[in-house]
Structures are given as structure tokens and as C-alpha cells.
Design a protein around this ligand. Sequence first.
Ligand code: 13P
Length: 263
Amino acid sequence: VMQRFLLGTNWKMHKNFSEALDYTAKLRILAEAYPEYQYFIIPPALYLQELGKRMAGSLVLLGAQNMHWLDEGDFTGELSPAWIADCGAQIAELGHSERRQFYNENDYDLNRKVHAALHYGMRPLLCVGESAQEKMYGITEEALRRQLKIGLFGVVPKDASRVWIAYEPVWAIGASGVPADPAYVEQVHAVLHDCLVELFGERGRGIPVLYGGSVNQENCVALAERKGVDGLFIGRAAWDMEKFKTISEQLHAYFNTGKLGYG
Ligand code: 13P
């Protein structure tokens, strides 16, 4: 079955509550105009409950930016996966490079979080990506395979169908990021898809790999048209609804020429 192309945004630590409400109301309408995409948003966790209510029945999926792996415990400041799921999150974004870099998240703990997300019926959106240093040393493939193999350790093929992967090269993310060359992205996505098949057999083929890192109105089509790119995961360029709309239009023009999704 052909799956819808995935188009999502991670808000990081941006937007106040009224901006969040305004944005999601507009996105709800945008999603109805473009049913060929599966839109999703990853807002701040504090807003999940309200946005979960408002977005119920919409075509837009909702996710959390992070969570703990345990149901409960003495972990001041942490968020239980049970709460996240209860608020209406269908996706748990795990291991974003900013969390790995600034909050010391490691592949072993991320593996626990992947299992927790699956346990609570959410889709783990596991983010992987090589650093500039790893790229320089020529160990991109090793770094990514390691992140996938530890992060997804013990996931049974039956559950693998709920996993999403985001390839986000660390050097390409954020205002100081350098946009990745689409040909390079295609090569890396092939490595990731191969590794997923190695882990899960045929089921691994159905796992979407999204690209993220400095995606914008100018480069979105060049990235989306590459083989193995099953979606785009966008930061800055999607926080402004007008820009996200433009990206949706650009892709629409391209998708009408043949490619409609993945799988
Ligand atoms: P930018 O699109 O702002 O580079 O951020 C990408 C990202 O981190 C998505 O998770």
C-alpha cells in the first residue's frame, strides 16, 4: 500500500500558547487542502493536552519532543510516556540531535524510550544523524548504523511498522546548519533503509525515513524527489504558516508529476 508522504515540524522551544492555537487552527485547514500528505506537529509538551483536544478528528498527527521511558518514579522534571499518550500524542520524537548534544541522550536510553513509546501505542520517531566530525572521519555509515541498531534493539518486526526514522545530519540543523546535498541525502537514506531491512526483514522496508535539516521552500522538492526520502521533518521553515503552505504547494506541484508517497 502506498503511504502518504510525511510532512512534519518540530517546534523545539518556540511559540507561545496563543501562537500555538493560531498555528494549529490554520494547519488543520491546510491539511484538508492537501490530503496527500500526512502532516504532523511536535509542539511543546505543555500544550499537548489542549492541542490534543483541538486536533482530535483532524488529519494532523501530534507528537511530543521527548519523554522518560518509565511510567512513573522519582524523576523531578521528567514527563511520563503515560501522560504524553494520555494527552493525545500519537508520536514520540526521540533522540533529536539537540537532545543528544545538550542533554546527553544516548542510544541505550533512547532504546528504552522507543520501547515505551510502542508500549503506549505511539509511533517512535527516532532521530539519527552523524556529526560534522563523524562525517569528516568518513564514519557516517558506522555512526548511523550504530544509532539504529542500538536505538531499535529488541523491537519485534510486528511493532516495526509503527516506527518512523528521521535522518537529521547534525551539521545541517538549525540557523548555523549547512544544507545537505540531495545526492548525499539519497545515499544516506539507502544506507538507513538497508539497515532497517537487515533488522526487520520485509517489514523494515515499510519504515519511512524522513529527512530533516535546513529544509526550506527552495530545497524541499530537490530533497523530496530523492529515492528513499519518505517525508520531510522541518524546523524553522515550517514555524511560519505561510512558509509551510508554500512548501506544501511546491511539493504538490511535484507530486502531481508521479511520486505520491512511499512504501
Ligand atoms: P531546521 O529545519 O530549523 O534546520 O531544524 C530541523 C530539525 O531539527 C527538525 O527536527
